[in-house]
Write a protein that binds this ligand. Structure first.
Ligand code: NAD
Ligand code: 6OD
Length: 491
């Protein structure tokens, strides 16, 4: 694919081919599918549909590349290539942000402020981090010394979701390459554009042919399952739905692949009466509705301590009504379009089920007036539901939150933990002791206190329970993307 920005600043979307062994190729079968812009429902490009044949080619190229020039590069040379990828992402920031918004329906203001800069930073961060990656050594008195050597795992399959396409792909690809592996990427079928441009960027940055491969296609009975079943793939790093993770685990078990999983969430946002209410509301607007609520870390279960419950609701509803829903390319827009018609229907079905289970919609719950084309939904606040309702138990992954009052710290901890998910949580309080106490008892991989989605890439990122397996970030990423061999030398 060649993506171009034409004179008026608009991106012409181009057809997406696979990128295998350094070349853009169509599918052997000739099969393609349409790429739809969710904000307009227009076809913006044609995507080649890969399957087993393309995955076989890509895996073979990645396997050969493991022992090619990539392996012979010094650490300094590899760092330079990774940094160059980050630089090129920044050079093409405007174009990539436009493509990301065309593909996902998210506001351009968000893709240009978050998705693309963070994608570049993922490469810059892991390039710099690589220099400090070491191993262990232990002396056994005067008998022996042990030390370990770090090696790449091999060919890694990267399977990605559609919500933060380039951000999440680069979060995996940067440490995967830093550790010396080669990659076969299966982007989400709904968002193929920026992964295709990234392939171009990798080539331009000096990544040898075969090290990075991209195969487009669907999940089941398609490129996704072919990748997870492939006996020559050593590890899979997957971000997506918990249910998909279960299917992939069964497929990967056949050749006992190493797995890293970042899965779904149903995250609690707990607001104690002593919190700074205005700050809590400002951030809760983001943790509820940023990226149309299509962020795995969104706090979709809001628990508010009873003394401030009514005041919180009044202000939160008023601020939510001020959010502008509409054209992703309008600078005034806060909330864009949901990813697809199917997802829109799914989110609406959760709103309907909440109503049937006694929930009241305080705002939203419908398509905004005048927006008849595109998958737009007003940010939605629901009250009057309880722990047994579907809307409280299942991940909606849309601009829909429930708000529930609580009376006791113990009670809210129990409610927060009453889920099979365990990805993230936010706690709002000015009581230092309570902050530590509650944060340590929430069953989640990430707990924010008085903030949300504040990221330091050195920290462990991942989920507990059915929200994930393993952690990535800083050294945790290198632990996943490398194999250690202990060498014991008798003295
Ligand atoms: P999804 O599971 O439907 O799809 C993710 C990817 O898996 C896609 O590329 C898809 O084609 C592929 N896939 C689907 N079935 C497959 C199969 N049988 N074999 C191999 N590949 C298969 O998820 P989605 O709808 O794209 O993304 C939304 C989900 O992702 C939400 O649940 C969200 O919480 C989760 N998510 C989690 C994180 C995290 O960091 N924990 C980040 C982003 C998204
Ligand atoms: O910030 C990250 O590194 C990360 N993996 C974010 C995930 C967001 C989920 O939608």
């Amino acid at each position: 694919m060649k993506a171009e920005v034409v004179a008026d600043g608009k991106v012409k979307a181009f057809d997406c081919r696979h990128f295998i062994n350094g070349q853009f190729l169509p599918s052997k079968s000739g099969k393609t599918f349409k790429n739809i812009n969710p904000a307009t429902e227009e076809v913006i490009g044609i995507v080649c549909e890969g399957g087993k044949e393309e995955i076989d080619l890509a895996v073979a190229a990645a396997r050969r590349a493991l022992n090619g020039p990539w392996k012979r590069m010094s650490t300094d040379q590899r760092i330079a290539v990774l940094r160059r990828i980050g630089d090129l992402i920044l050079e093409r920031k405007d174009e990539l942000a436009r493509l990301e918004s065309l593909d996902t329906g998210k506001p351009y203001s968000l893709s240009s402020a978050l998705d693309i800069p963070r994608a570049a930073y993922n490469f810059h961060f892991f390039a710099d981090y690589l220099r400090s990656v070491g191993t262990e050594a232990y002396q056994m008195d005067e008998v022996a010394i042990n030390y370990s050597v770090r090696r790449p795992v091999g060919v890694i399959g990267l399977i990605n979701p559609w919500n933060l396409p380039l951000l999440l792909l680069t979060w995996k690809l940067a440490p995967c390459l830093a550790a010396g592996n080669t990659a076969v990427i299966k982007p989400a079928e709904l968002t193929p554009l920026t992964a295709t441009v990234l392939a171009e960027i990798c080539k331009e940055a000096g990544v040898p042919d075969g090290v990075v491969n991209v195969v487009h296609g669907f999940g089941p009975d398609s490129a996704g399952s072919a990748l997870t079943e492939h006996p020559d793939v050593d590890a899979i790093t997957f971000t997506g739905e918990t249910t998909t993770g279960k299917v992939i685990m069964a497929a990967a078990a056949k050749s006992l692949k190493k797995l890293s999983y970042e899965l779904g969430g149903k995250n609690p946002n707990i607001i104690f009466a002593d919190a700074n209410l205005d700050e809590a509301i400002e951030t809760t607007l983001k943790s509820s509705f940023m990226n149309q609520g299509e962020v795995c870390l969104c706090g979709s279960r809001i628990y508010v301590e009873r003394p401030i419950y009514e005041q919180f609701l009044q202000k939160f509803v008023a601020k939510t009504k001020e959010l502008v829903v509409g054209d992703p390319f309008d600078p005034k827009t806060n909330v864009g379009a949901l990813i697809s018609e199917e997802h829109y229907e799914r989110v609406m079905s959760y709103i309907e089920s909440a109503k049937e289970e006694g929930g009241q919609i305080l705002t939203g719950g419908k398509r905004p007036d005048g927006l008849n084309q595109g998958y737009y939904l007003e940010p939605t606040i629901i009250v009057g539901v309880n722990r047994n309702c579907r809307i409280v138990r299942e991940e909606v992954f849309g601009p829909v939150v429930t708000v529930m009052p609580f009376d006791e710290e113990e009670e809210v901890i129990a409610q927060a933990n009453d889920t099979h998910y365990g990805l993230s949580a936010t706690v709002w309080t000015n009581d230092l002791r309570r902050a530590h106490r509650v944060a340590a008892r929430i069953e989640a991989g990430i707990v924010w206190v008085n903030t949300w989605f504040l990221r330091d890439l050195r920290t462990p990122f991942g989920g507990m329970k059915q929200s994930g397996i393993g952690r990535e970030g800083g050294m945790h990423s290198f632990e996943f993307y490398s194999e250690l061999t202990n060498i014991c030398i008798k003295l």
